[in-house]
Design a protein around this ligand. Structure first.
Ligand code: ATP
Ligand code: MG
Ligand code: FE
Length: 336
């Protein structure tokens, strides 16, 4: 089965061909990071315009790299939501046109299902599994009893982990997107400022990062008022320590409670070196198999959308050609 995946939910224009849901045949990502940098974040109108400029070239390149003709494909999978509506629509309209012109079915994929299925490009999933999703807009834990079955057991009550990273980076004067820069500073540091951790109620698998973010901002203001200089490395290290600890502890607790066979991490923040090694160590100690995709498959890409789309295709899921962008789309099971 060959599936063409298309992803345009945020600031990456991406297309990819995946074979049998597990083998990347081609994977093209055009990032807008350089042009969004000077605004310190993603400007929706600019994102949409970039997607329009790039999408045709990116899809053509994905097919060229794959050395496949459109008629050799089985379906087109495209991110239906969540994301910026103007950005989503560019990918969806390109997918519709391509599917219509080549008489292919079209499948709308939830962006987070895509992040989760990036792991399927590395090794087959073993159920039940726990997925720890940490990205720019999401921080949640999901139990999967089978393909296409998602049970949300906890989520952030305020900021997503990636959002907190990007805000802290801004406070520290680092360029957008800040996650990788904070990660680098944290790893280079020999000391760490102590910041609080929001554990929430004893049995809760929810997260909260806005208090931690405020602590970092207050810490900086207090130093400034006293005329002292800030040790950015120690702040980054302290912030990262708090984020990594709460994610690791709650993921281990959930993995044990739900007796899972495998734990996977997904989303842009799963590219974080501190988090990856903390999770690896913790799950090795518990003797629970843990996996996380390579860094390039943690951040937004279309191979993950094709991988999830393949599983949906095999389950008989199809979307209408009238499909629309769904900015607030919920992750629902397609296989119950
Ligand atoms: P969502 O997937 O929730 O819709 P998104 O697609 O914008 O949001 P991703 O592309 O999955 O998010 O991830 C981007 C986020 O990951 C950004 O917040 C970025 O700072 C963060 N990130 C990337 N690399 C790292 C890293 N090494 N350490 C921490 N954060 C990182
Ligand atoms: Mg992104
Ligand atoms: Fe994402």
């Amino acid at each position: 089965v060959y599936i063409l995946g298309i992803e345009t939910s945020c600031d990456e224009t991406a297309a990819s061909v995946v074979k049998n849901g597990s083998e990347i045949i081609s994977n093209v990502v055009a990032s807008q990071i350089e042009s969004q940098k000077r605004f310190g974040g993603v400007v929706p109108e600019i994102a949409s315009r970039h997607h329009v400029e790039e999408i045709t070239l990116v899809i053509e390149k994905a097919l060229q790299d794959a050395e496949l003709a459109p008629e050799e494909l089985d379906a087109v999978a495209v991110t239906e939501g969540p994301g910026l509506v103007g950005a989503l629509l560019v990918g969806i309209n390109a997918a519709k046109a391509f599917a219509f012109a080549n008489s292919l079915p079209i499948i709308g994929v939830h962006h987070i299902a895509g992040h989760i299925y990036a792991n399927q490009l590395m090794q087959p999933m073993e159920f039940p599994l726990l997925a720890l999703i940490v990205s720019g807009g999401h921080t949640e834990m999901v139990i999967m009893k089978d393909h296409g079955s998602f049970e949300l057991i906890g989520e952030t009550r305020d900021d997503a982990a990636g959002e907190a990273y990007d805000k802290v980076a801004r406070v520290l004067g680092l360029p957008y997107p800040g996650g990788p820069h904070v990660d680098q500073l944290a790893l280079a540091s020999t000391s760490a400022v102590e910041f609080p951790i929001a554990w929430l109620e004893k049995d809760s698998y929810d997260f909260s990062f806005s208090g931690l973010k405020s602590s970092v901002i207050n810490y900086k203001h207090n130093l400034e008022q006293r005329g002292e200089t800030l040790d950015a490395e120690a702040v980054a290290a302290g912030f990262q320590k708090s984020v990594v600890e709460v994610l690791t502890v709650k993921a281990v607790k959930a993995a044990k409670e739900y007796n899972v066979k495998q734990v996977i991490a997904a989303g842009g923040v799963a590219a974080n070196k501190g988090l990856r090694s903390s999770l690896e160590v913790a799950f090795a100690q518990e003797d629970i198999p843990f996996s996380v995709p390579p860094i390039s498959l943690c951040t937004d890409n279309a191979a993950m959308i094709a991988a999830a789309g393949t599983q949906m295709f095999l389950s008989g899921v199809r979307s209408e050609l009238s499909m629309n962008g769904r900015p607030g789309m919920q992750l629902t099971s397609w296989n119950e």
